[in-house]
Structure formats: C-alpha cells, structure tokens
Ligand binder design. Structure first.
Ligand code: CO
Length: 184
C-alpha cells in the first residue's frame, strides 16, 4: 500500500525511532513492502520509516535510478532493520542531498566518507557491511531520519539562511509534489 510521506515540520520526523521488534516479522515485512511501493512511486532513492509516519528503525536505499551520476550504484539496493554504525572514517566528503520530506531543497552536506554498519536485512539475516562514496551517503542520510535528524540541520549556516524561507513554506503546506504528502 502506498503511504503518504510526512513533510518537514511533522513531529514524527523529529523523534528518535523505536527499535523494530524482530519477533513480529510479518509486520516488518508488510511495512517494508509499503515503504518500497511508496519510494518507487515517489521516484526517491531512500526512505526511512519515520517518513511514512512509523516510529521504527527501518530504512531503504535504492540507487538503481541514479546510475547516470553514479554508475557503480547499478545494483545497489539495501533494506536495513535496526542498523547501527560501528565505524566511521575520519575522512569526510561533500555531496548534495535532497529528501522526499523536504521537497525542492538540495544542499551540500559534509559527512564521513566511509562507514561500517551492522543491520538486519529483509530476510532477517544479520549483516555487517562497509559502504563508501554515494552509497554511504544515502545510508547516512536515512540513518539520520531514525534519530530525528534531517539533512537541512547539517548544511553550512550561510546556506541554511538561504533555505530558511523555503523550509518555512513547507511547514505551512506551501509545496506541491507528485506524491502524496502529510504534515502532522
Ligand atoms: Co530524507
């Protein structure tokens, strides 16, 4: 089932999401299916459960539509349940980010270049995996959502001033998107 995407200004996006209860596999599998459908229909490359109003530590990243810019993402898709970053590089890099919950705003954000993540995948297997380049970036963006953070919090102050007006527009519902949204 396609779900509405909660917009910047919604409370659920500012809360720390709860651990997913791994004993309820049916519920998790259904939520992941709904999130995948929602993400695909919104043409996004990543989605975290809080963005569909669910307080659960689950995220999806899908780079398969980004191959023009990042050819190595050809087969890159991950579903992560209860992900934990166990290592991150001191080395950082800058990438432009956007977010389905913050339509129309893109900004450079600096984050660690590499991370190692422990997570449970959609088949309920425990995985430890390292990521770099834009794959790493997509995951870090979604991990932030699980902690109630958003990429606009991390942009340089001067740039934040420039986007402040657009952000307040979103919180007042002054935005149009091709996917269904909610502000709550
Ligand atoms: Co986002």
């Amino acid at each position: 089932m396609k779900l509405p995407i909660y917009l910047y200004g919604s409370k659920v996006l500012r809360e720390r999401a709860e651990e997913a209860d791994l004993s309820d596999r049916e519920k998790i599998t259904q939520l992941i299916a709904d999130m995948e459908e929602t993400l695909a229909s919104a043409d996004g490359c990543g989605l975290a459960a809080p963005q569909v109003g669910v307080s659960a530590r689950i995220l999806i990243v899908d780079g398969r539509d980004l191959t023009d810019a990042y050819p190595y993402l050809k087969d890159f898709k991950r579903v992560m349940i209860n992900p934990v970053v166990v290592e991150e590089s001191k080395q950082t890099c800058d990438y432009s980010e956007g977010c389905l919950s913050v339509p129309g705003i893109y900004a450079e954000v600096r984050r660690p270049e590499k991370i190692k993540v422990e997570y449970v995948n959609a088949d309920f297997e425990h995985v430890t995996e390292e990521f770099d380049k834009f794959a790493c970036r997509m995951i870090q963006h979604e991990l932030d959502h699980l902690d109630g953070k958003m990429f606009v919090d991390r942009v340089a102050p001067i740039r934040r001033k420039m986007i402040a007006r657009k952000l307040s527009g979103i919180t007042r519902g002054k935005i149009s998107t091709h996917y269904k949204t909610r502000l709550d």
